[in-house]
Design a protein around this ligand. Structure first.
Ligand code: F6R
Length: 239
C-alpha cells in the first residue's frame, strides 16, 4: 500500500497513529522503531498525542532496528539513547518495555538480540526510514537479503552524518553497527516505511517499481505482503 500526504506533518500524524494503534494492541510482540530525521518527528508526534490524551502504555513493548556499537552509553548519537529520549521517557515506559541494542555487546550480540525479539513474540509492526542509497536499518547496498541480525560495517556517509549532527570526532567514530538484517525485517508482521523529501524521490521509485536487488536493500520490501509506504508529495514525485 502506498499513501501520499500533502505535507510531512500530515505524514507524521498518520504514522504516529499507526504506531500507537499497533503498540496498544493486546498480545505478544514488539513494535519496532528506527531513528533519524524522518522518524524523529513521528516519535515527537506520538509523545505529543500521549501528553494531550494519555493512553494506557502498559502493553507497549518496543525495540529498535539498529544502533552503532561502541558509542558510550547515554551519548545522544546512540540510537538506543535517542529512542529512550524520544519514546521511552515521554511515554513513561519501564526498562522492561524497551528492548534496545545497546544492552547487547560482544560478537554474538546480534544473534542474542534477535533471539530476545523472537522470545517476546517477534515484531508486530516495524517502522523504518529510508536512506538515499536505499538502505533500511544498517542494511546498505550489497547486503545479503538472507541475513538475520548482524554487525554491519558503517559507510563513510553515515560517519559523516554522525560527525555533522552530533560532533562525534572522526577518531572516535564507531566502525560497525548492530542491525536487524533484511530477513529479520521481513519477518515482521507489518512494515511501515516513512519517506519525506525530493532527495529521496528517485530511490523511492527504484525501491517500489524497480527490480528486487541487493543493490537497493529497500526493494526487498516488495517480498513482504503487508508493507505501507508513507510518502510526502515530494518523495512520491517520481512514481
Ligand atoms: C536508523 C536507521 C536508518 C535510517 C535511514 C534514514 O535507525 O535505521 O536506516 O532510517 O538512514 O535516515 P533519515 O530519516 O535521517 O534520512
Amino acid at each position: 500500500m502506498i499513501s501520499v500526504y500533502n505535507t510531512p506533518r500530515e505524514l507524521h500524524i498518520a504514522a504516529a497513529w499507526l504506531w500507537i494503534r499497533a503498540a496498544l494492541k493486546e498480545g505478544d510482540g514488539l513494535v519496532g522503531v528506527a531513528t533519524g530525521t524522518t522518524t524523529t518527528p513521528i516519535h515527537q508526534m506520538v509523545a505529543r498525542i500521549y501528553a494531550a490524551a494519555p493512553f494506557d502504555t502498559r502493553a507497549i513493548q518496543l525495540c529498535a532496528v539498529d544502533d552503532y556499537t561502541g558509542i558510550e552509553p547515554g551519548h545522544e548519537a546512540s540510537c538506543s539513547e535517542r529512542v529512550r529520549r524520544q519514546l521511552v521517557k515521554p511515554l513513561n515506559l519501564g526498562e522492561d518495555q524497551a528492548l534496545l541494542p545497546d544492552g547487547f555487546t560482544g560478537h554474538d550480540a546480534p544473534g542474542r538480540y534477535e533471539a530476545e525479539i523472537n522470545q517476546r513474540g517477534g515484531i508486530r509492526l516495524q517502522m523504518l526510514g529510508l536512506g538515499e542509497d536505499g538502505h533500511i536499518g544498517f542494511n546498505y547496498p550489497g547486503t545479503s537479503m538472507g541475513s538475520g541480525a548482524f554487525l554491519a560495517l558503517l559507510p563513510q556517509s553515515t560517519k559523516d552524518t554522525l560527525h555533522r549532527l552530533y560532533g562525534l570526532p572522526m577518531d572516535q567514530m564507531p566502525s560497525h553497527g548492530l542491525t536487524l538484517g533484511i530477513r529479520s525485517i521481513l519477518m515482521s508482521q507489518r512494515i511501515v516505511i516513512a519517506v519525506t523529501g525530493a532527495r529521496k524521490a528517485a530511490i523511492v521509485r527504484e525501491a517500489i517499481l524497480g527490480p528486487v536487488t541487493e543493490e537497493v536493500p529497500a526493494s526487498a520490501l516488495q517480498l513482504h505482503r503487508d508493507v505501507a509506504w508513507l510518502l510526502d508529495k515530494e518523495a512520491a514525485s517520481k512514481l
